[in-house]
Design a protein around this ligand. Structure first.
Ligand code: NAI
Length: 259
């Protein structure tokens, strides 16, 4: 049957760079893009973890190559972004996902260390990678940037202020860049996951997760990494060409729930 619409819902052949792919949402996102036919640069601080994910993708018939990338290291960012662009012949999609969470009360002796590291990994890294990737994204016919923020950037929990501040920064960064790069057809969006079962939340007991999810979310449960990956992928489709500057909660209704 001839198609009655013109925008594509496929990322097949798109060249994607994702950070923090050895675990959680990064891994799920790398696997989903590969399942959908994209060529995936699987990067992580832990090289072995990235290699394992890339190997799994290739075993399943997908296209992926792993790189060690510590996003807190500007030199490594420069080298890896250039290497990915060389290997794939360009970059169409960037997913800034890598993250850490170190809950620290503001009066703790080491608070400023937490602040600096948190901002380096969560916020400064996203800017540095975008700056390096930009010349390549500008060559693409449908460039997409997705920054992973958090519901901690929309509201906040106590004892986690460095993280909340950095994630709020990610949302501001996304909005401003969406305007700045919009005239070039590059979309910039962010995804705000709520409570998701990943390495980051692995230290929380199942009982505590159940209580929290029942009390706080509409869907009464934690989310799976793949559910967030699908939101990210949706923002990267050619068909998402008029969506830019959004902060999309993928949170089971956490943000809208009052009681
Ligand atoms: P995770 O701990 O399962 O995965 C994070 C990945 O980032 C790991 O593979 C880790 O090695 C990598 N990473 C850490 N520091 C890095 C660095 N300096 N350079 C490169 N890679 C580094 O955690 P998760 O949950 O999958 O986190 C992904 C993103 O989602 C993060 O930005 C996080 O802040 C965000 N997020 C997570 C939520 C959750 O409930 N799990 C909720 C909201 C946001």
């Amino acid at each position: 049957m001839p198609k009655l619409s013109k925008l594509s819902r496929s990322v097949a052949g798109r060249r994607v760079l994702i950070t923090g792919c050895a675990s959680g949402m990064g891994r799920a996102t790398a696997m989903l893009f590969a399942d959908e036919g994209a060529r995936v640069a699987v990067t992580d601080l832990h090289h072995e973890g990235a290699e394992t994910v890339a190997a799994k993708i290739r075993e399943a018939g997908g296209q992926a190559k792993a790189w060690k990338l510590d996003v807190s290291n500007p030199e490594e960012i420069r080298e890896v972004v250039a290497a990915v662009a060389r290997e794939f012949g360009g970059i169409d999609i960037l997913v800034n996902n890598a993250g850490i969470a170190i809950p620290t009360p503001v009066d703790a002796a080491h608070y400023m260390d937490t602040w600096e590291l948190t901002h380096k990994v969560l916020l400064t890294a996203q800017v540095l990678i975008i700056r390096e990737a930009l010349p390549h994204l500008r060559e693409s016919d449908g460039a997409r940037i997705v920054n992973i923020a958090s519901t901690e950037g929309l509201g906040a929990t106590g004892g986690n202020s460095a993280y909340a501040a950095a994630k709020t920064g990610v949302i501001g960064l996304t909005r401003s860049l969406a305007i700045e790069l919009g005239k070039e057809g590059i979309t910039v969006n962010c995804v705000c996951p709520g409570p998701i079962n990943t390495g980051m939340t692995a230290g929380i007991s199942d009982e505590d997760k159940v209580v929290y999810a029942r009390r706080r979310t509409a869907l009464r449960r934690y989310g799976d990494p793949e559910e967030v990956a699908h939101a990210t992928l949706s923002l990267c489709l050619p068909a998402a060409s008029f969506i830019t500057g959004v902060a999309l909660p993928v949170d089971g209704g956490l943000t809208i729930r009052r009681a």
